[in-house]
Design a protein around this ligand. Structure first.
Ligand SMILES: O=P(O)(O)OC[C@H]1O[C@H](OP(=O)(O)OP(=O)(O)O)[C@H](O)[C@@H]1O
Ligand SMILES: O=c1cc[nH]c(=O)[nH]1
Ligand SMILES: [Mg+2]
Length: 211
């Protein structure tokens, strides 16, 4: 298992349970979607633990006191399509977040990412950015996403994944030591089509019934 300092495995009983539902080939689309939403919620709770905060003085009904607020606006960036399966869960905890989109699909022959849609907020440097994508396989799609976000000025980025594969983790943690990566599981390998093994199959197809 990767020992990178910027990799965090979110593997408590609840996330293991959700992941078990996602991995099972018998799970129908509706249950798969629900488990993905719930896992995203758990992962956002974990990833926000390392967000910067700022103090603020307020009054409770009794006295004046100091509280903490997350120190910037948050931008959620789902990587289309599969990342959309995590968006609702993330928005449940961060309802005021801005949402940007990265449209990428892997070429079936080469497994390299092809960009087809990008829509990010202006002034990305002001935001704390959370990238949502259930699958981190070779790391090609995530690497392209992080490069784009940094090009647009993002300075604080964390990435949330249901399943990551060792080779992809090795790549993105090495290329981006300033970014934090969260995964519910790190699987050992990729098959000849660059699918994660054991993995959960094609997350986009399972979310949207396009099997
Ligand atoms: O680490 P990589 O090797 O780049 O693979 C991971 C990417 O593959 C999947 O998307 P896919 O291309 O299947 O698009 P989809 O979400 O539209 O199905 C997944 O959601 C990631 O974005
Ligand atoms: O195993 C994999 C690899 C890439 N994308 C997926 O959806 N699943
Ligand atoms: Mg897919």
């Amino acid at each position: 298992m990767s020992e990178a300092k910027n990799l965090f495995v979110v593997d408590g009983p609840l996330s293991r349970h959700k992941l078990a539902v996602l991995r099972d080939e018998r799970t129908p689309t509706t249950d798969f979607r629900q488990a993905m939403r719930e896992l995203a919620l758990i992962m956002v709770a974990e990833a926000t633990r390392r967000m910067p905060t700022r103090p603020e003085r307020i009054r409770t009904p009794l006295v004046e006191t100091e509280v903490e607020q997350i120190s910037g606006p948050v931008c959620l960036v789902p990587v289309l399509r599969a990342g959309l399966g995590m968006l609702d869960g993330a928005l449940a905890l961060l309802p005021r977040a801005t949402v940007g989109f990265m449209g990428l699909r892997r070429d079936e022959e080469t497994a390299l990412p092809v960009e087809y849609y990008v829509n990010l907020p202006r002034n990305l440097e002001d935001y704390l950015v959370l990238v949502l994508d259930p699958m981190l396989a070779t790391g090609g799609s995530l690497s392209a996403t992080i490069d784009k976000l940094k090009e647009e000025g993002a300075a604080w980025i964390s990435c949330l994944h249901a399943v990551a594969a060792e080779p992809g983790v090795e790549r993105v943690t090495r290329e981006h030591p300033d970014v934090n990566f969260y995964a519910a599981a790190v699987d050992p390998e990729l098959d000849e089509r660059s699918f994660i093994v054991p993995g959960l199959g094609d997350a986009g197809d399972r979310l949207y019934g396009t099997l």
